[in-house]
Design a protein around this ligand. Structure first.
Ligand SMILES: *[C@@H]1O[C@H](CO)[C@@H](O)[C@H](O)[C@H]1NC(C)=O
Length: 292
């Protein structure tokens, strides 16, 4: 009874409301200091990575090392921040990602795909440093392309090597699209116009020199019915102005794969095919001879 009578007094109600306000204010102050800052990519920057669809990348061939600038305006792989920097940042209310030790950050970034890594690098300076870390790009290279080439040291770092490999893989894909489309004009632009280019078709025939190679493709496009095949196990090795790609093509999954090698050279700002070699087709005739 006594409590109710006390609460009914206007002065005490005012005190209670003031106390509530104070607690609420304290709580919001606490929140603003302890909660991680949200990831809000700066709108004013345009993320170059977002436009990196396969076709867009294929349209911009570049040298090993020249690719870093294509991906991000800050090509210098900065060192992962020292723990002291992380601690100092924590006091000012940093994100949870930034509070992780650099090794963990690098490991976490290795699970991201290429567009995500690019977008992350746009969020803030710390993430940009982490996303430009060469180990992250090496991990991404091994995830997207091959576990091979683990022991190499790319001259301009893994980020540039990733970009160069992506460019060559896209150009290699373009070659097979041209074959599927049976487009002789596209094929003639695709090859280097030089007397030393060579092409060995599945028939086993060798064609040497640009004109002979083009005539051979004309024959292939005239004779082959449906050129439907799948390309697997693409492995690219890229040096400054030369690249080669090995792969398997399956015309249908029952027959063994054709083992194919493509060689490219970089001239006047773009890659050209200079060599194509397909393993010999195992026709019906061969089988009859082999099996008696
Ligand atoms: C390609 O290589 C694989 C693996 O060595 C082999 O089994 C296959 O017969 C080869 N294909 C041709 C057409 O030579």
């Amino acid at each position: 009874m006594e409590i109710f009578s006390l609460l009914s007094e206007p002065s005490l109600v005012a005190v209670a409301v003031t106390a509530l306000c104070f607690v609420f204010a304290l709580f919001s102050l606490f929140r603003s200091f302890s909660l991680p800052r949200r990831f809000t990519p700066p709108r004013k920057h345009h993320c170059d990575c977002a436009s990196n669809s396969d076709s867009a990348a294929a349209a911009v061939p570049f040298l090993n090392g020249g690719g870093a600038q294509m991906l991000d305006p800050t090509p210098v792989p900065a060192p992962v921040p020292a723990p002291t920097a992380v601690l100092a940042d924590r006091r000012t209310g940093s994100s949870m990602m930034e509070e992780l030790v650099p090794e963990i950050t690098t490991h976490a970034l290795s699970y991201l795909d290429y567009p995500s890594l690019c977008r992350l690098s746009m969020t803030n300076s710390l993430m940009r440093k982490a996303a430009n870390d060469d180990n992250a790009w090496k991990a991404l290279y091994h995830k997207d392309f091959t576990l091979e080439q683990d022991s190499i040291t790319p001259t301009n770092g893994w980020k540039a090597y990733y970009a160069a490999t992506r460019a060559i893989v896209n150009i290699n894909t373009e070659f097979f699209n041209i074959v599927r489309d049976k487009s002789l004009p596209a094929m003639s632009r695709f090859w280097l116009n030089a007397d030393y280019v060579k092409c060995i078709h599945a028939s086993g025939e060798l064609f040497s020199g640009y004109n002979a190679v083009m005539q051979s493709w004309q024959l292939v496009f005239n004779w082959e019915q449906g050129l439907n095949f799948q390309v697997r196990d693409v492995r690219a090795r890229v040096l400054t102005d030369m690249a080669w790609v090995s792969m398997k093509t399956y015309v249908d999954m029952d027959t063994g794969p054709f083992n194919v090698t493509n060689v490219f050279e970089f001239h006047n700002g773009r890659w050209y095919m200079v060599h194509h070699h397909s393993s010999v087709m195992n026709g019906e005739v061969d089988h009859q001879i082999v099996h008696g």
